[in-house]
Design a protein around this ligand. Structure first.
Ligand code: FES
Ligand code: FE2
Length: 368
């Protein structure tokens, strides 16, 4: 999966008029996008049991930095502790269940805004106002309830329930996000679409010519992708036309920065899009069988605190967010509305759509 190998595969496809092809065609029952019982199984057996990227490490830059959001329907909060380690908790007060944190920020402690019970960054219950009203109450036995958290490759992973999958959730990937990438935007947005339909729109380039004729096609190719599968995950490479200039560069000296877009799908519900000057970490959180909240964390591609790197990343992010992404949104929401047509009892994913085939195969296997 190294850049030089990808560059060579792209150049070969350009020369030959080819693209990467998967082994097989897959038929996914439409019922799997419409059945609430299926979504419940996906939440309980997959999204809550897999180590899942929660936010980039860059969203927790210092001691006390926290991010609170729902993951697989469960409110969680991740925070960087005094020792520098990231911890994550179920975001519910041990008094009467109020959420102890909202949004993101930096704090020295979590104080519940209902009655003021206060927890330190390690989750210990430190203070109960008018404590005399709770005779015999064991503060030690009522910390914030932890979930498993770890940091790998610039991502904070959480696992809510006992994992049924062992091994490296990154499938052996040796780099992803770097410490000099800075978070400069975070947003959330709801879509009237099943989370898997939204996911599928990110990980195939078969639709570029027809869906993105004026936004992406002028810079890219029609149906020319390199697709790598690693563990439960995949990466789809979308080359730009300007990558052609690498043909005259000796292979060991080829640099792909700015010449292609990598889209990583980290199973089950996270996408990392590495564009020319910025990177999005996107988590797709199912709210209902036909509604999804998309959390997007936007980072520079490096440069630390350099203002010019930040300004370039902002410009790049604005362009992509205002063009191609809108076209994809229109399509996925139309597909969702069309499910009710009853025209299809299955959808067919072809050999150009092999990252999606891998996703559905992995999902089916994980569901058991
Ligand atoms: S619910 Fe949190 S202090 Fe009462
Ligand atoms: Fe698209």
């Amino acid at each position: 999966m190294d850049d030089q190998a990808v560059a060579q595969r792209v150049l070969d496809h350009i020369t030959n008029g080819t693209t990467d092809l998967g082994d097989q065609v897959w038929q996914e029952p439409v019922a799997n996008y419409r059945d609430p019982a299926r979504l419940q199984a996906e939440l309980e057996r997959v999204l809550r049991r897999c180590p899942t990227p929660f936010c980039p490490s860059a969203a927790l830059p210092e001691v006390g930095s926290f991010v609170a959001r729902e993951a697989a329907g469960v409110p969680l909060v991740a925070v960087r502790g005094a020792d520098g380690d990231v911890r994550a908790y179920r975001n519910a007060c041990r008094h009467r269940g109020m959420q102890v944190a909202t949004g993101s920020g930096c704090t020295r402690a979590f104080t519940c805004r209902y009655h003021g019970w206060t927890y330190n960054l390690e989750g210990k219950l430190r203070h109960i106002p008018h404590e005399a009203g709770f005779p015999g109450f064991d503060k030690e036995a009522h910390p914030l309830v932890p979930v498993t958290a770890s940091e790998r490759m610039g991502l904070v992973f959480v696992t809510q329930d006992a994992p049924d999958i062992d091994g490296d959730p990154l499938g052996g990937l040796d780099r992803l996000l770097a410490p000099d990438q800075r978070l400069f935007a975070a947003s959330e947005r709801d879509f009237e679409v099943n989370w898997k339909i939204l996911l599928e729109s990110f990980i195939e380039g078969y639709h570029i010519k027809t869906t993105h004729p004026e936004s992406f096609l002028p810079y890219g190719f029609d149906n020319l992708n390199v697709i790598d599968l690693f563990g439960r995950n995949s990466r789809v490479t979308y080359p730009f036309k300007r990558i052609r200039k690498l043909a005259t560069v000796p292979p060991p000296e080829r640099r792909v920065d700015g010449l292609l877009t990598y889209v990583y799908h980290l199973f089950p519900n996270v996408l990392i899009t590495v564009l020319s000057r910025h990177t999005n970490v996107v988590a797709l959180e199912p709210l209902a069988i036909d509604r999804t909240r998309q959390f997007t964390y936007t980072l520079t591609n490096g440069g630390g605190d350099d203002p010019e790197a930040l300004a370039e990343a902002r410009r790049d992010a604005e362009f992509v967010g205002n063009t191609g992404a809108l076209e994809d949104r229109a399509v996925v929401q139309a597909i969702q509305r069309g499910l009710a047509s009853g025209a299809n009892d299955h959808f067919t994913f072809g050999r150009y759509e092999s990252a999606i085939v891998h996703f559905h195969q992995t999902l089916a296997a994980t569901l058991g």
